[in-house]
Write a protein that binds this ligand. Structure first.
Ligand SMILES: *Cc1c(COP(=O)(O)O)cnc(C)c1O
Length: 357
């Protein structure tokens, strides 16, 4: 696409040892940027050297949080290709979040082209160790220098890239999560269906308290009855109950996770029965007691699949599947990991090639 201007960095950074850097600490040489002004629309799409940006101290996002983001990943693929997993779906969801926050929608084709061009330029940054990837963070934030509370007139879209280590540094391991019965994060009619910083701001304190109690993350309940399961901080949650995969339905309080969609689609293609419906804590406790609660796992771009070994409910720990990785979660992880690298053939149309080595 010729309308995307490219300014190359004068010198390139030294690439880090990805196995030692964890998540989101290092950034590549270039980024994609585009601006918006009321009356003018989105303009000046460009790939430029990665650098700090200047914002007004009165920047509306800093004060009122009108912002959205995405998270997806690029992988080194069989046959010497640089690929992105479900790029179009992530960009489409960016526009869904944009609608919820009254942010002007983007031209999905243009952002897709910008992303693919950026990945091609930065493909040497895609690490090739097991479970490693190049994390892609597109985001849009309100950019008015104005302290009044209103929908902004100026925005900036940026895409930055960060090489990331395997999520499980010590191998694929189950986590401990607790059902959160004190704090709530999103309610129906709120921002739960948008990928927006506010959902994270609302979760930080509860996360800290959960950590102090010895859990890795919180499992949110619905904010009204505090009875139905929602999602984990940055993951959707799925249960294997009596042979079926059961997950909360999309009721506006949880994110329509793309890994969730991937898992449900693959499970169906394997002939596994899938249910999207409200799930109460009582149902889970009952299924645990009668032995039909076989597995619990989270799904999200960062970890892909995160098996849950312990679920804490009102101070009582339920040990799931002996605290070990469930066979379904393991099989699903291996399959999706294979799709990322080309070890498993992509018959789903999830993979887009950005460049070749
Ligand atoms: C990003 C995110 C997820 C996971 O979504 P994926 O598309 O699978 O990465 C789940 N819940 C929340 C709140 C999120 O922000």
């Amino acid at each position: 696409m010729s309308e995307i201007k490219v300014v190359k960095a004068a010198s390139l950074k030294e690439k880090p040892d990805v196995s030692k850097i964890g998540f989101g600490t290092h950034f590549t040489d270039h980024m994609f940027v585009m601006d918006y002004e009321e009356g003018k629309g989105w303009f000046d799409p460009r790939i430029v050297p990665y650098e700090d940006i200047k914002v007004s101290p009165a920047n509306t996002t800093l004060h009122y949080g009108q912002a959205i983001f995405e998270g997806c990943k690029a992988y080194r693929y069989k046959g010497g290709k640089a690929v992105v997993f479900r790029a179009k779906d992530h960009i489409a969801r960016l526009n869904k979040s944009a609608k919820i926050l009254d942010i002007p929608e983007v031209d999905e084709k243009l952002v897709y082209d910008g992303l693919m061009q950026l990945i091609d330029i930065e493909k040497d940054w895609i690490p090739d160790g097991a479970g490693q990837s190049l994390y892609i963070r597109p985001f849009i934030f309100a950019n008015d220098p104005f302290l009044g509370v209103s929908v902004s007139k100026c925005y900036k879209l940026m895409i930055i890239l960060s090489p990331v280590a395997a999520y499980y540094a010590h191998g694929f391991a189950p986590v401990k999560i607790m059902v959160e019965d004190t704090y709530v994060r999103a309610v129906r009619g709120g921002l739960g269906a948008a990928k927006t910083p506010a959902n994270y701001a609302a979760s930080l304190h509860a996360g800290l308290v959960a950590h102090q109690k010895g859990y890795d993350q919180t499992l949110w309940l619905d904010g009204v009855e505090r009875k139905y399961i929602g999602e984990v901080g940055s993951m959707n949650i799925l249960f294997k109950i009596g042979g079926k995969i059961v997950t909360p339905n999309l009721d506006g309080t949880i994110l329509d996770g793309i890994t969730r969609r991937t898992v449900l689609q693959i499970a169906k293609s394997w002939g596994v029965e899938v249910e999207e419906r409200p799930i109460s804590v009582d149902e889970l406790v009952g299924a645990y007691k009668d032995g039909s609660l076989e597995e619990i796992f989270g799904s999200g771009t960062a970890a892909v699949i995160s098996p849950v070994g312990v679920l804490g409910v009102a101070g009582q720990d339920m040990v799931i599947g002996g605290g070990k990785i469930g066979p379904f979660a393991q099989k699903m992880y291996d399959f999706i990991d294979g799709l990322h690298t080309g070890e498993v053939e992509d018959t789903y149309g999830f993979i887009d090639v950005a460049g070749e080595y």
